[in-house]
Design a protein around this ligand. Structure first.
Ligand code: ATP
Ligand code: MG
Length: 390
């Protein structure tokens, strides 16, 4: 297998996700799914593999919706997918056609919905899915990759209320059509988008019927397997392939994306390919100006998703947790943050930090351990954060 950091993988190149995929299919039998995880963990690869290898009798659609900016663009994607699917089976979209003729002023229904029908996007979406559901007895699964990004786009370009309406319509469709499932994936947390909508009066819980699954990096055994396959595929000759593969997997916390990168770097070097060289590659990549490991977003997105008031506190928390050799209790963290100038009330101070710690957990920066201490979730990201602060 060849290295391909960040590229599209063929289903058989997606290493070590079979058990997770089997679990996701079982969840989908009963409800819809939200797949969350840190960036570059392999969410898209997982759902693309599921789309390519659906369970018997299911119809699975995949769409990257990141670039969509209006509800009509979104409905168009769904419509195109359903149109293509039903046309292949020589089936028609009766409900959509009848409704379209009523609202389009005589225009014939084509593969693209015209802008003139934009005000009717909700009905068109509903009728599209109803037409499909009528002709598909098994489960229908729509995988929408980067859904939070699309909602954020709609919110920014259009309005908060339109983004809310999209979430509400999708929820009501899930409730109306028993064999319909949705999979939302994305690297920005849906909770940020929904939290902001709530600030503007949105009271619903639009995804509380969906199962939230957090995707972890690969298990060590699978990460070693991936590293070995890549070493072999790139014909990198070493004394003990297994030992080097394990050194690579452990050096990058079993993130498959970084495993691809390390083997890729090994491929181009003339130095002896040892665990020491792996450590050197990782170290250099953590400070890479070209940001090939895509780590800069850990810093950048704090400005996007945390308010101006929260940002200094968030950065302070992460700096302290990065610097410490041992995980910290809330009390210890508060001592180190030395917040007296910012907040005069000690309880308010603790509450503000607690709230941000919760958000940082949901954003996969940190974890709280069973003994209540907090630490960075991934050692690699902690080292990146330390190096930025030096
Ligand atoms: N299971 C896997 N086996 C082999 N390589 C993988 C696997 N998962 C991810 N990768 C590697 O990591 C890269 C990123 O994976 P992917 O695009 O699926 O992640 P993602 O979580 O969707 O990222 P983002 O949050 O940026 O959308 C892939 O191009 C590939 O190099
Ligand atoms: Mg992705």
């Amino acid at each position: 297998m060849k290295t391909n950091p960040g590229g599209q993988l063929a289903p058989d190149e997606v290493v070590g996700r079979d058990r997770l995929i089997a679990k996701l299919w079982r969840i989908l039998e009963r409800q819809s799914l939200v797949l969350t995880a840190e960036r570059r963990i392999g969410k898209t690869s997982i759902i693309k593999k599921m789309t390519a290898q659906p369970q018997f009798g299911m119809r699975v659609f995949f769409r990257d919706v990141e670039a969509l900016r209006t509800p009509l663009e979104f409905v168009n994607c769904v419509f195109e997918d359903v149109w293509a699917d039903l046309s292949r089976k020589q089936q028609t979209m009766k409900r959509v056609r009848i409704f379209f003729e009523q609202v389009s002023g005589g225009e014939a229904l084509g593969v693209k919905l015209p802008q003139t029908v934009a005000p009717h996007w909700k009905t068109l979406l509903t009728k599209t899915i109803e037409d499909l559901a009528e002709q598909q007895a098994g489960l229908i699964v729509f995988c929408w990759d980067e859904m939070p990004m699309m909602l954020d786009n709609i919110k920014r370009d259009q309005s908060e209320s339109l983004a809310m309406e999209v979430l509400d319509v999708l929820r009501s469709l899930r409730q109306m059509i028993p064999n319909l499932r949705m999979v939302f994936t994305g690297s920005i947390g849906l909770h940020h988008v929904i939290a902001r909508l709530k600030e503007t009066g949105y009271a619903n819980s639009p995804i509380n019927d969906m199962f939230v699954e957090d995707v972890a990096p690969l298990a060590l055994i699978d990460a070693c397997d991936l590293a070995e396959k890549l070493l072999r595929g790139e014909q990198i000759r070493v004394v003990d392939e297994r030992v080097l593969a394990q050194a690579i997997a452990e050096a990058v916390d079993c993130f498959p994306f970084y495993i691809h990168h390390v083997v890729d770097a090994l491929k181009w070097t003339d130095e002896p390919q040892t665990a020491d060289l792996v450590a050197k590659i990782v170290q250099m990549s953590l400070c890479d100006d070209a940001n090939r490991w895509d780590l800069a977003h850990f810093r950048v997105r704090i400005n996007t998703y945390y308010s101006a008031v929260e940002q200094p506190l968030v950065l302070g928390i992460l700096d302290e947790l990065a610097a410490t050799g041992t995980p910290l209790l809330l009390r210890e963290l508060l001592e180190r943050l030395n917040l007296q100038q910012v907040v005069s009330e000690p309880e308010a101070e603790a509450e503000a930090v607690r709230k941000l710690l919760d958000l940082l957990r949901r954003d996969h920066y940190i974890v709280q351990q069973p003994d209540s201490t907090y630490r960075f979730k991934f050692g690699l990201i902690q080292r990146y954060w330390q190096l930025r602060g030096l």
